[in-house]
Ligand binder design. Structure first.
Ligand SMILES: *Cc1c(COP(=O)(O)O)cnc(C)c1O
Length: 224
C-alpha cells in the first residue's frame, strides 16, 4: 500500500509538472488508472486513495470485477478491443468506451444502448499506421465515421483515442492524433477529448493535447 501511494502521487506530480510545462491546467485531465490483470482489491485500495476512473481492456475480467465492486462509485472506462458479442455486457458497467474502432461495433453498441436515458460516452479509436488490416479508423475516414456515430442518439461522441506505436516515433503519432482531433472538433465541437498517453509516454501525450490518460503499470506496479 505504501508503494501504491508513492507511485500514484509520483505520477500525479509528473502529470502536474508536464501540464505546467505546456501551460495547461489539470481541470481538463482525466487520469484513468488501468487495473487489468490486478485483483478487485487493488481497485479498492486505489479508490481509498481517491481514484474514481478505472480502465479495463477485457470484458471477461472487467465484468466480474465491476460486479464485485458495485458498492463503490467507480467510473469504468473500457479501453480494449471489444468483440461485438460482448457489447451488451460491457455497457452494463462501463461509462465510456475508448475503443470504438469499426462500423460493426458501432451497430452493436447502437442496439444495446437503444433504450438508455443517459448516453454512453464513446471515443473513436484511430489507426495510425498505413496498414488497413489493423483495427481502428484512419484519419481519412474519421469524419465519415464520426457522422455515423453522431446519428446514434444513445451515444455521445467524446473524441479520439489512440495507442502510440512503440517504435520511437511517438511524437509523429501524437501529432497525427492532435491533427485528427482538430479536424473532428471543427464539425463536432463537443468531441474535444483525446484519449492518449500510457505509462511510458503520458508526458509527451500531454504536450499534444491528451485529455484522458490511461496509465497502468506505472501506478499499479507489475501484476502481483
Ligand atoms: C494496458 C493498456 C494501457 C496501460 O498501459 P501501461 O503501459 O501499463 O500504462 C493503456 N491503454 C490500453 C489500450 C491498454 O490496453
Amino acid at each position: 500500500m505504501t508503494n501504491l501511494v508513492q507511485r500514484l502521487s509520483g505520477i500525479d506530480a509528473r502529470i502536474a509538472a508536464a501540464l505546467e510545462g505546456c501551460g495547461r491546467t489539470g481541470d481538463e485531465i482525466t487520469r484513468i488508472v488501468v487495473t487489468k490483470f490486478h485483483p478487485a482489491q487493488l481497485v479498492r485500495d486505489l479508490y481509498d486513495l481517491g481514484v474514481r476512473d478505472f480502465g479495463e481492456n477485457r470484458d471477461q475480467e472487467a465484468a466480474p470485477k465491476a460486479e464485485e465492486l458495485e458498492d463503490l462509485d467507480c467510473r469504468w472506462h473500457f479501453i480494449g478491443q471489444l468483440q461485438s458479442n460482448k457489447a451488451k455486457s460491457v455497457v452494463r458497467y462501463a461509462r465510456s468506451i475508448h475503443s470504438l474502432d469499426r462500423l460493426s461495433l458501432l451497430d452493436s453498441l447502437a442496439k444495446v444502448t437503444a433504450d438508455r436515458v443517459t448516453p454512453l460516452d464513446v471515443f473513436i479509436q484511430m489507426n495510425l499506421t498505413q496498414d488497413e488490416n489493423r483495427g481502428g479508423i484512419s484519419s481519412a475516414d474519421l469524419l465519415g465515421f464520426a457522422e455515423r456515430v453522431s446519428q446514434v442518439s444513445s451515444l455521445r461522441l467524446r473524441g479520439v483515442m489512440a495507442v502510440a506505436s512503440l517504435d520511437g516515433e511517438e511524437e509523429r503519432d501524437f501529432e497525427q492524433v492532435a491533427n485528427a482531433s482538430e479536424l473532428l472538433r471543427q464539425q463536432y465541437p463537443d468531441a474535444n477529448s483525446i484519449s492518449a498517453g500510457m505509462s511510458g509516454d503520458f508526458e509527451l501525450a500531454l504536450t499534444y493535447g491528451a485529455t484522458h490518460l490511461r496509465i497502468g503499470t506505472a501506478i499499479t506496479g507489475n501484476r502481483g
